[in-house]
Structure formats: structure tokens, C-alpha cells
Design a protein around this ligand. Structure first.
Ligand code: PLP
Length: 434
């Protein structure tokens, strides 16, 4: 077992400072048990905790670090920006640089607005959709996460196409009633809801590659259907690309599937590890945003120069030819030998991937497209695997519902070493379950 005594002492202290000892819930290791690791530093694919343990990291700050930790180009741009001051509340050239890089290389974006988190991006995009349509209801899908926006912390009510109920204390039921929650990959449910609430629906929000509750890869025909029905009914289609954006390709899932949404929300990779979100669309739709239009949205630290500099440095690397093919090859190098081993051993196990996103499913299902298709009992395998991987120097996010990320910093040697650790950890997980 790894020594976690320093992390444990820091966690004890943190519990006297923060609810549950953390500033974001999943970090508390509640699902997998044990003390969360306090990270001291990261370099490339490796993180080092407060006790000096080193891990090959597949959490990558939950996705933002597509170049790995402390990438020299990102660090250098940050240092340059920081040396001139951290924030002005006035425009700087860094905003133009990041925006131009994105708009010049994304066929579906003409205007963008920077904010400071993915939550803020999704929240603002929904306000925009409501402002554009003059309607108030939104449709979301069970298993998609769009940040902790009130209207989106909603789960399905009973029965098909009913209005949602809040999934967090503090969210008024009146807000939840504005949200319709539907199962993913289900055309009939969507058709029925659209029929029932026809002229009230402002927005259909979806993660086109749902990656916050397992990796629920949708049938392409379903995504196309979502596009068709929203276009037909004058509903704004919001692609929440906070994870998939710049991850499965520079143009995210929209580019991957060749589907043009009306509005897109971004976060994570766009900020190079700094707090950045954004939403964007066509010139006409974005003209509804203040000061050009009547939809209000603002931010003291929006477009922060240090954060913009980090994002620009990171995306400059991503745009280089072959970047995403290389990421897919790295991911296959990790996943293929683990899958071969699981098959050999007869484990009911699968790894789903899209680009450099991967998710471990302790199941022999060929497809998992809805959250109801994930067996909660299968998490017991993940929890053993997680601990076994830590002991073998591999770090995954501490929940079996979370996906993992390969970065451009993961070397072949590190990937091969990780694959060996995964095989041994899998053996331990399936032995423990017997
Ligand atoms: C992470 C995430 C969010 C929330 O972003 P924060 O920066 O954590 O607020 C929203 N939508 C999706 C799809 C995400 O993955």
C-alpha cells in the first residue's frame, strides 16, 4: 500500500476548512474510499502527491490537460502574460488571439464569448437560447452533465416526457419544471416531448459525446435526428462540448459527426488548465448577447489574459497536423492490450473510447448508450481496480462513472507500463469479486 500519511494530514486539516474537505465533491474519494491524494506537482503525464508517490495520470484534471501537466509552451505563455499583470477588466490582445485561433479553425463558429467555467458557459448558452426563442422550457438527457446550473440539476420525473424534479437541494421545483429530462438515444421519447410541449421548448441541450456518466456513445442517427427535429421546430440545439470540444478533434463532436448545432458550450481544454469557458454560435445568434443584444451576460474576470494565454498556447499545439490521430493511436496502445487480456481471462469487461477519452465498463454489453444501462453494482470492480492502480503507480479519477483521458504527454513507455498495471489491477478486481 502506498504511504498517504501527508495527504491524510492535509485532508484532516481540509475537513476543518471546506465541506467534506474539498472544493468539488468527487475529489473527496467518496466512491472509492480512502484518503484523497493531495497533489504536489505535475510534469508531463506524471503527478506527484504530498507523500512523494508518483503516478501516471489519466485524470488530467478531468480533461483540460490534453498536453499533460506543466507543458513548456503553456507555462511560457502564462509566465509572459502574468509578468504584465493578472487582470485589467479591460480588453487585451490575448482574447483576440485565442478567439481567432478558435474561429479560424472551427467551421461552425462565427462569434464566441469567453466566461470562466463550463458551468457558466452552459448556463449562458441556455439563457441565450431562451432569449433567442422567447420560450422557456429546455430538454436535457438523463446521463448528460452540464455543470451545476439550477435548471440542469434536474432528474427525470416518473413516466415518459414528464417534467423534471430537482436533483439537488436548493433548486426550486419551479425551475425544475422548466426542464424536461429524457433518456439518451431514444427518438420516440424526444418526438413525444417535442409534440407535447411544442411551442414552449427553447433549447435541447446534449453532450454529443456524453462523458460524465460513463461514456454513452450515441447512435449517429440519433444525433442527426436531434438536429432535424430541433431545426423543424425552431428549437435551439445546444451541443455541450465542454469535454468533447478540442478533445475528439479541434472541432469537437460537431466536427466529428459533421453536425452543426446552433450553439456550443466549451470549457476544460479551451483554458489550458486555467479557468476558462466559452459559448459560441453564428453571428446572428450571438448578436442577441449584450452589449449587442438584450441577453445579459458579463464577467469581472472573463477573458482573463493569463487564462487566455494558457488556452492559446494549448490550442496552438492541438491545431498542428496529426495531433488528433496521434492521440487516438496512444489511446489504442493503452486500451488494446488491456482488452485483449480481459478477453483472454473471460472477464465481462469492456473499454469504450472516443478519441482520447476512455471509460471502463465492467460489463460485456457491446453498447452502453443510456445511463440506465450501467449496472450500479459493477462499480465494486472499479473501486478495487482504482486502489490496485494507485498501488501500481497509475491514477484515475476516483469514480467508476468518470472517464479517463490520455494526453499528448503520455509516452509509449508510460502507456505500456500503465497497460501492465491495468491488467494486474483487473485480475485483482475480478478475484476480489468472486
Ligand atoms: C465539466 C463539464 C461541465 C462543467 O464545467 P465546469 O468548468 O466544471 O463548471 C459542463 N458540461 C460538461 C459536458 C462538462 O464535462
Amino acid at each position: 500500500m502506498i504511504n498517504r500519511s501527508r495527504s491524510a494530514a492535509l485532508f484532516d486539516k481540509a475537513k476543518t476548512l471546506f465541506p467534506g474537505g474539498v472544493n468539488s465533491p468527487v475529489r473527496a474519494f467518496g466512491a472509492v474510499g480512502g484518503t484523497p491524494l493531495f497533489i504536489e506537482k505535475g510534469d508531463g503525464a506524471v503527478i506527484t502527491d504530498a507523500d512523494g508517490n508518483r503516478f501516471i495520470d489519466y485524470c488530467c484534471s478531468w480533461g483540460p490537460l490534453i498536453l499533460g501537466h506543466n507543458h513548456p509552451a503553456v507555462r511560457q505563455n502564462i509566465m509572459e502574460a502574468v509578468s504584465k499583470g493578472c487582470s485589467f477588466g479591460a480588453p487585451t490582445r490575448y482574447e483576440n488571439e485565442l478567439a481567432e485561433l478558435i474561429l479560424d479553425n472551427h467551421r461552425y463558429l462565427e462569434r464566441i464569448r469567453f466566461v470562466s467555467s463550463g458551468t457558466e458557459a452552459a448556463m449562458s448558452a441556455i439563457r441565450l437560447a431562451r432569449g433567442v426563442t422567447g420560450r422557456s422550457k429546455i430538454i436535457k438527457f438523463d446521463g448528460c452533465y452540464h455543470g451545476h446550473v439550477d435548471a440542469l440539476l434536474v432528474k427525470a420525473g416518473s413516466g415518459l416526457a414528464t417534467l423534471g424534479t430537482s436533483s439537488s437541494a436548493g433548486v426550486p421545483e419551479a425551475y425544475a419544471r422548466e426542464t424536461i429530462v429524457l433518456p439518451l438515444n431514444d427518438r420516440e421519447a424526444l418526438e413525444e416531448a417535442v409534440l407535447q410541449y411544442k411551442d414552449e421548448i427553447a433549447c435541447v441541450a446534449i453532450e454529443p459525446i456524453p462523458a460524465n456518466n460513463g461514456l454513452l456513445i450515441q447512435d449517429e442517427s440519433f444525433l442527426k435526428f436531434v438536429r432535424e427535429i430541433t431545426r423543424r421546430e425552431g428549437i435551439v440545439l445546444l451541443f455541450d462540448e465542454v469535454i468533447s470540444g478540442f478533445r475528439v478533434g479541434f472541432e469537437g463532436a460537431a466536427g466529428y459527426y459533421g453536425i452543426q448545432p446552433d450553439v456550443m458550450a466549451f470549457g476544460k481544454i479551451i483554458g489550458g488548465g486555467m479557468p476558462v469557458g466559452a459559448y459560441g454560435s453564428s453571428r446572428e445568434i450571438m448578436a442577441h448577447i449584450a452589449p449587442e443584444g438584450p441577453v445579459y451576460q458579463a464577467g469581472t474576470l472573463s477573458g482573463n489574459p493569463v487564462a487566455m494565454a494558457a488556452g492559446a498556447a494549448q490550442l496552438t499545439e492541438c491545431i498542428k497536423p496529426g495531433f488528433y490521430q496521434d492521440m487516438e493511436a496512444r489511446t489504442a496502445r493503452l486500451v488494446d492490450p488491456i482488452m485483449a487480456h480481459a478477453k483472454n481471462q473471460g472477464y465481462a469487461f469492456s473499454i469504450f473510447t472516443r478519441g482520447s477519452i476512455f471509460w471502463l465498463a465492467f460489463s460485456d454489453k457491446v453498447h452502453i448508450r443510456k445511463s440506465s444501462e450501467i449496472d450500479p453494482d459493477s462499480m465494486k470492480y472499479f473501486n478495487v481496480l482504482h486502489a490496485e492502480l494507485l498501488n501500481r503507480g497509475v491514477y484515475l479519477g476516483p469514480s467508476g462513472y468518470e472517464v479517463g483521458f490520455v494526453s499528448a504527454a503520455h509516452t509509449n513507455d508510460q502507456i505500456d507500463e500503465s497497460a501492465e498495471a491495468f491488467k494486474a489491477a483487473l485480475d485483482a478486481a475480478y478475484q476480489a469479486a468472486e
